[in-house]
Design a protein around this ligand. Structure first.
Ligand SMILES: C[S@@+](CC[C@H](N)C(=O)[O-])C[C@H]1O[C@@H](n2cnc3c(N)ncnc32)[C@H](O)[C@@H]1O
Length: 298
């Protein structure tokens, strides 16, 4: 088949998707059909599902040429989320840019645990949440969007990431319920005016220097290293969070941290060593990997 990178008059949505999915497959792009659909829906300014009801439609020359440019970049492993400037997380759409990590499905485990905890705080009129390392704001916004009693302070040390988080807070009409702050972990949290939190959540950087080198080019070459790297053993940020969280946590407050699939033993040991946390639990993600470590302040 003639490639869509060349002139052709009769490209339909159906043939474009088939050709592109096959090309992405050969180029080693993960989820090739899904990526083809996301890019084509973006170019045609429609929902993915709509592609299926207009399979025989022929996109115009300008749309084809934009699609062609995006297909080339995607085949070179530029993440689809950055190409279209958005990603879906916990059934919500978030703006993303290369300043933030693209929200991952595994982080939905952390959000589900956080929402469950917040919904059980019926004795409190308001549930105060601190989201450390907020990035795009996806965790803070997903929690606040699902539990009306929640107020979140969300911090990140990257001003560029916070600009994206601000857009997402506005997009989901959470201004006033999600407060964004530039801070190295807890350093400037007091500026939020909140002294103590019922829940501290974090999806921090947790990749070791050695693992970082082995990451797929799609992640290593495009996503911000500051969102991924956490020292020689990958635990630098997690260790600091556990060491510093105690004075910020209410009695019976919870600490929940996302971890890499192989870190639960070490992180559970850090929680236990901290001395202020009760029974420590590891929660599994959809792939049956330990993904969140959590405990209540004892
Ligand atoms: C793994 S990303 C998570 C982003 C977002 N919470 C999510 O789940 O998609 C980690 C984020 O932590 C931020 N970060 C790294 N070190 C930090 C620190 N010491 N203090 C605050 N934020 C930090 C990075 O800028 C990045 O946005």
């Amino acid at each position: 088949m003639e490639s869509p990178t060349e002139q052709k008059t009769e490209w339909t949505i159906k043939s474009l998707l088939e050709w592109t999915a096959e090309y992405f497959g050969r180029s080693g792009v993960e989820q090739p059909r899904l990526c083809a659909e996301i890019l084509l829906a973006y170019v045609l300014d429609c929902q993915r599902i709509e592609l299926y009801v207009k399979f025989d439609h022929c996109p115009g020359a300008e749309q084809l040429s934009e699609f062609r440019r995006l297909v080339k970049r995607c085949a070179e492993h530029e993440p689809v989320g950055y190409l279209v400037g958005k990603a879906h997380f916990f059934s919500l759409e978030f703006e993303v840019s290369p300043a933030v990590l693209i929200p991952r499905p595994e982080t939905e485990t952390l959000v589900a645990q956080a929402i469950d905890f917040c919904r059980h705080q019926t004795m409190r009129p308001r549930v105060e949440v601190l989201d450390l390392c907020c990035g795009s704001g996806c965790v803070a916004a997903a929690i606040a969007a699902n539990v009306v009693e929640v107020e979140v302070v969300a911090v990140d040390n990257s001003p560029q990431a916070l600009q994206i988080a601000e857009k997402n807070v506005q997009k989901h009409e959470l201004t006033g319920r999600v407060t964004l702050l530039e801070s190295d972990l807890f350093e400037k949290v007091a500026q939020s005016g909140k002294g103590i939190f019922d829940l501290i959540v974090s999806n921090p950087p947790y990749i070791s220097t050695e693992e970082y080198e082995k990451l797929s080019p799609m992640v290593r070459d495009y996503e911000p290293s500051g969102a991924l790297l956490a020292g020689a053993d990958g635990l630098e940020v997690i260790r600091r969070i556990i060491e510093q969280a105690e004075p910020w946590l209410a009695d019976d407050g919870a600490l929940m941290i996302e971890i890499a699939y192989n870190q639960s033993e070490q992180v559970i040991a850090l929680f236990e060593k901290a001395g202020y946390l009760g029974e420590v639990r590891a929660i599994k993600d959809g792939l049956n990997h330990d993904r969140v470590v959590q405990a209540i302040k004892a």
